[in-house]
Design a protein around this ligand. Structure first.
Ligand code: NAD
Length: 497
């Protein structure tokens, strides 16, 4: 817990040292081209830093170095118990620098400082520590062989991993990849989003301080179509792990096919249904969760509960409860610890969200909360949490991922209808069900085509639960031991005795 006030955070922001350079072989460096781009805060439009804009020549240097480091065995062949100790030190350092990292995150992408500190930083450190702690407790297999043979089934680090991550949870998404990738002995090149590169750049130095050898963890800030594409097309990157939009995820599969068939693991978009049945145990709690599911992190959450499916028999009673609950989610200065809704990541994203609000009006949905840009005088990019009732699942606001605080309320009459609407999407990331009927909860959960299903809550789970999507929400899983599959190759060694 911190007792820092808004004034304290503002003061710290003034003197904060912001590193904007790339990190290759244990050192901060410029791009080969010397190019940089401006990193602007969505909080109030202030310039935070000139950030190095990497491109193909930088990817070339980083991949070559990551490969050499991998082949040297300095990390890849280190005993798991030793890698574990380093990973735990890395997690400790992230925590020790928690306030600095939280401030960077909030200034860079606009989320409330309380969330940055108590959710992003805490969960990021946990992801690193959990993966490190696990690595000396995993055993390989011995096959059921005849007496005169020995069959070993072992896992090996895959080599050079490129991790391309989005801007909504910059540090946390990075650490969901870094944890298992580093724990299993790979060399990693992290490409943060051009919209929020600062925490990724900062933790590279912490990794070195923790004892991760130079060349094992590199950071290449820059644009997707430049350095991101160069990594995705690189012939010597073994695995590409990605979190971001479905559109770019599909493109990465093409790049892999056009190059070396690198493994591609994708965590992509969502349009998650939150289904409230008339027999939900506590309608007020369900309404509060429904509001939080769209307002938390300004709705910039891949699992945002953006489609609220409500049984028609309680809809008239339930929607006002959600409208009431969302009043407690108010945009404010992200550096104020009392703020629970911050700024959208940039003007482009704000305009996307406002465009969807207009589409909701145009398609005949009924606005019942929010709907406007606010706090314009701050120079920041703030939009009120917004609710549309009377939405049809075919409308654009129900079909497309908005990635902002815009909720679509859709009525239904039967379990079958609820499931049909819920599954009528190209996505399959998450879903929630509210009912006090145990069988209905289980049967509905089974029928939902989604990687995570929550019952009588929204967004539960921690590092112990695999996270990822069905359908066009992606493949593979982050978190839990299942995530380790992405970072290892399986080898069968068959020995004649
Ligand atoms: P995005 O797809 O635009 O960008 C993601 C990353 O890909 C960025 O680093 C970007 O620079 C890079 N990129 C863009 N074009 C590229 C190219 N041609 N080649 C290589 N890299 C390229 O996504 P975003 O706007 O940063 O993030 C929002 C999206 O992320 C949403 O769709 C959201 O649902 C998704 N997301 C998913 C999860 C999940 O776990 N499933 C979690 C968080 C966010």
């Amino acid at each position: 817990m911190t007792s820092l006030t808004r004034a304290d955070w503002e003061q710290r922001a003034k003197t904060l040292k912001v590193e904007g350079r790339a990190f290759i072989h244990g050192e901060y460096c410029a791009a080969q081209s010397g190019a940089t781009f401006e990193c602007i805060s969505p909080v109030d439009g202030r310039l935070l830093a000139q950030v190095v804009s990497c491109d193909a020549p930088d990817a070339e240097i980083a991949v070559r170095d990551a490969r050499a480091t991998f082949d040297s065995g300095v990390w890849s062949r280190l005993a798991p118990v030793k890698r574990k100790a380093v990973m735990i030190r890395f997690a400790d350092l992230i925590e020790q620098h928690g306030e600095e990292l939280a401030l960077l995150e909030t200034l860079d992408m606009g989320k409330p400082i309380g969330d940055s500190l108590h959710i992003d930083v805490t969960s990021a450190a946990r992801a690193i520590r959990w993966s490190g702690e696990a690595i000396d407790k995993i055993y390989d297999e011995v096959a059921a062989t005849p007496h005169d043979e020995l069959g070993l089934v072992t896992r090996e680090p895959i080599g050079v991993v490129a991790a391309i991550v989005p801007w909504n949870f910059p540090l946390l998404m990075s650490c969901w990849k870094l944890g298992p990738a580093l724990a299993t002995g790979n060399s990693v090149i992290l490409k943060p989003s051009e919209k929020s590169p600062l925490t990724a750049i900062r933790i590279a130095q912490l990794a070195i301080e923790a004892g991760i050898p130079a060349g094992v963890f590199n950071v290449l800030p820059g644009y997707g179509h430049t350095v991101g594409k160069a990594l995705a097309l690189h012939m010597d990157v073994d695995t590409l792990v990605f979190t971001g939009s479905t559109k770019i995820a599909k493109q990465l599969m093409v790049y892999a096919g056009e190059s070396n068939m690198k493994r591609v693991w994708l965590e992509a978009g969502g349009k998650s249904p939150n289904i409230v049945f008339a027999d939900a145990p506590d309608l007020k709690a369900a309404a509060a969760a429904a509001a939080g599911a769209i307002a938390f992190n300004q709705g910039e959450v891949c699992t945002a509960g953006s489609r609220l499916l409500v049984e028609n028999s309680i809809k008239e009673q339930f929607v006002p409860l959600v409208v009431e609950a969302i009043k407690s989610w108010k945009p404010g200065n992200p550096l104020d610890p009392a703020t629970n809704v911050g700024a959208l990541v940039d003007t482009t994203q704000m305009n996307n969200v406002l465009g969807y609000i207009q589409a909701g009006h145009d398609d005949g949905a009924k606005l019942v909360a929010g709907g406007k840009r606010v706090l314009e005088e701050t120079g920041g990019t703030y939009v009120e949490p917004t609710i549309f009732d009377g939405v049809d699942n075919a409308m654009r606001i129900a079909k497309e991922e908005i990635f902002g605080p815009v909720l679509s309320v859709i009525g239904f009459d039967t379990v079958e209808e609820a499931v049909a609407i819920a599954n009528d999407t190209v996505y399959g990331l998450a879903a929630a069900v509210w009912t006090s009927n145990l069988s209905k909860a289980h049967l509905t959960a089974k029928a939902l085509r989604a990687g995570s299903v929550w019952v009588n809550q929204y967004d539960g789970g921690d590092m112990t639960a695999p996270f990822g999507g069905f359908k066009q929400s992606g493949n593979g899983r982050d978190k839990s031991l299942h995530a380790f599959d992405k970072y290892t190759e399986l080898k069968a060694t068959w020995i004649k005795l």
